[in-house]
Design a protein around this ligand. Sequence first.
Ligand code: MN
Ligand code: MN
Length: 459
Amino acid sequence: MAKNAWEKYDEKGIQEIFNFNEGYKKFISKCKTERECVVESIKIAEEHGFKNLEDVINSNETLKTGDKVYANNMGKGLALFVIGKEKMEKGLKILGAHIDSPRLDLKQNPLYEDADLALLDTHYYGGIKKYQWVTLPLALHGVVVKKDGTKINVVVGEDESDPVVGISDLLIHLAADQMDKKAGKVVEGEDLNVLIGSMPLKDEEKDAVKANILRILKEKYNFEEDDFLSAEIEVVPAGNARDYGLDRSMIMGYGQDDRVCAYTSLLALTEIKEAQDKTCVCLLVDKEEVGSIGATGMQSKFFENVVAEVMDRVGDYSEIKLRRCLTNSKMLSSDVSAAFDPNYPSVMEKKNTAFFGKGIVFNKYTGARGKGGCNDANAEYIAELRAMMEKHNVSFQTAELGKVDQGGGGTIAYILAQYNMEVIDCGVALQNMHAPWEVASKVDVFETKNGYVAFLKEA
Ligand code: MN
Ligand code: MN
């Protein structure tokens, strides 16, 4: 079994790990929606000299070796490039992660009043254990787009002075029937209603509590009930990511699947100060948790189109060159893995499981029921990556998602593999995956970033 990665570091090294994770904690505390991730990632990228590809195209500029550009996909996805020395048809080095996370989305007509309480109806997004989302402080993050196109950003519940919202659970005293239910039915999807008010508007006859909430929305945010129709508001755990453990060796935070890989991929790309042989790419996508479909999911033609645009700007585009570029590419599909949990050892097989503190995790395959639906990375590619990690002194481990036939999961790996490129899943191991508060090891976050840098720097 791999050595514990903490042991590689002296005091100074440990300080460096902790410092890196401070940036990461800030990122996930601030970025709780895919849109917020894109805004913050663009900010980080621009600080490191990346330009907007759209501006490059509009001003008919060209791109050359060493140039840095990004393309924004509808504010929910991002592709960033550092142009390499070789022709792009020789292939790209791609780090790809997703920036959507499990949560509760407000329905289009969410607001109603019942028993002098105002509530918001939700439809959950991604795979969640519904019972985990009750009796927690929750926040509202999102946008409301008015008919004239004005976009209102909403964030309620993060500032210390903000109110929080939440979903109730039944008191144990009256839960006799509920406690006999299966866990999947204890709290049902349609009952994930967010309580947002209880004070009536004075002199209002009907639905006075709701009327008061509408008054507040109008006064504070300048939108009306109809505007929920064209809104995207996500209900997420309120509060910042925090150090976890008395030794502060871990981080507890919301949305670490997969923002831990998104952040480390982005930061790895910003560490590429000079052009490498290959063009280096960081791809941040939406919709992974619901099957990667839609214009902002990995299955969209966005990435392929953007690669074509970049090749065009470099002055070397043709259909056949684009195809060669994609097929000659190598990718790390950067996504989280399940960390061994001593509370639940029965679902893991210890020789092929990820552990906290053992570094970046490579998953040759994921899938379920006989590897169903998985991208099974080639042995030749894994050999290359092993050599790379060793050369750069990056701690790594290999794992699969639990015991055979225990369950399973998927990532964006298979979608990029359709271009016939080499792809492997790899990333950070988490405890509590998909729960409101997920846990990661700081040294794993650091090793993963270093693993990504090594991948980008080695030909
Ligand atoms: Mn994921
Ligand atoms: Mn997931």
